[in-house]
Design a binder for this molecule. Structure first.
Ligand SMILES: [Zn+2]
Length: 300
């Protein structure tokens, strides 16, 4: 029985839970399907702003906040996109945004600013935004959306937490079972059978299967990070149970998990770029094993 992995709202709810735990911050969401990302971010905003009785989606749809968000008129959510025949976001647009950033939230705890065509920021606009990205005032969350970070200035990218948005996975139950078995091999260090099987199997998987595997691995790390941050997630992003995730997360620090997310994303890029699958994943397994703290051994 799978958890709500494919449920459309789980990503948005998890992101909302994560953003709830921070006072302020800047995030960069990268993914090929911008419309879907914007939709998810708006759902996340509902989860964050909803003042009604929440359904399992994380929001109620009927309270004042939900209705204003649905109409696009919530005073604490500001969207910036290219408009009016322009092909770039100009410095005047950013000046206006910064004025709004400096005002306290009207009715929510936080203000959310979505720059949904971040790749269209011209150089002057991007430079004008840097300080705000680096140190947003308390209660301000900036979310930049782009199909590819390669289209942004490195100075912008380096100031944001990066979130990679994936399409929902597809596949048969057998595919999921196989993938879960492989995932267990990454974490069950006492289960030599699983580790041995993992080394054998990664020599056999296809490139797209390797991509799916790493995608799930990133979701597992994200869930583990949520647990480390003390977020009681309603829906985990990965297909693993809360108990399993808690158990796996015990061997790692939050900082290590953050690093491993980057490593897993890097491995995914290498494999997309035609690297040898077995070598790339072998290296990742070694990195994961190295990051494991020996605290669990000391406690025995
Ligand atoms: Zn509501």
């Amino acid at each position: 029985m799978r958890l709500n992995l494919q449920k459309a709202d789980s990503t948005a709810v998890c992101a909302a839970e994560l953003i709830k735990t921070i006072q302020s911050g800047s995030f960069l969401i990268e993914g090929p399907d911008k419309n879907t990302i914007v939709k998810k971010v708006l759902e996340m905003a509902k989860g964050l702003f909803c003042s009604g009785v929440k359904e399992n989606t994380g929001y109620c749809r009927v309270c004042n906040d939900c209705q204003m968000l649905a109409k696009g008129s919530h005073p604490d959510l500001y969207r910036l996109a290219v408009a009016g025949g322009s092909t770039v976001i100009k410095i005047e647009d950013i000046r206006l945004l910064k004025e709004r950033v400096s005002v306290k939230p009207f009715q929510a705890q936080k203000k959310i600013f979505i720059i949904q065509d971040a790749e269209r920021l011209n150089v002057a606009a991007a430079n004008a935004l840097l300080k705000t990205l680096e140190e947003p005032p308390a209660g301000v969350v900036l979310i930049l959306i782009t199909p590819s970070i390669s289209q942004l200035l490195p100075t912008v990218v380096s100031r944001c937490g990066r979130i990679r948005f994936f399409q929902d996975a597809s596949g048969s139950d057998a595919d999921f079972e196989k993938r879960d078995q492989l995932i267990a091999g990454f974490f069950d260090k006492n289960d030599q059978e699983a580790q041995k099987k993992l080394y054998e199997d990664i020599g056999l998987i296809e490139r797209n299967q390797a991509g799916d595997l790493l995608r799930e691995l990133v979701c597992v790390f994200r869930d583990m990070l949520m647990i480390k941050l003390g977020v009681e997630a309603v829906n985990f992003m990965s297909g693993q149970s809360g108990q399993t995730l808690r158990c796996w997360s015990e061997s790692f620090s939050a900082a290590d998990i953050q690093m491993l997310i980057d490593d897993a994303l890097g491995t995914k890029d290498y494999i997309n770029g035609n690297a040898n699958i077995k070598l790339a994943i072998d290296l990742l397994i070694k990195t994961i094993n190295k990051s494991r703290s020996d605290l669990s051994l000391l406690l025995r």
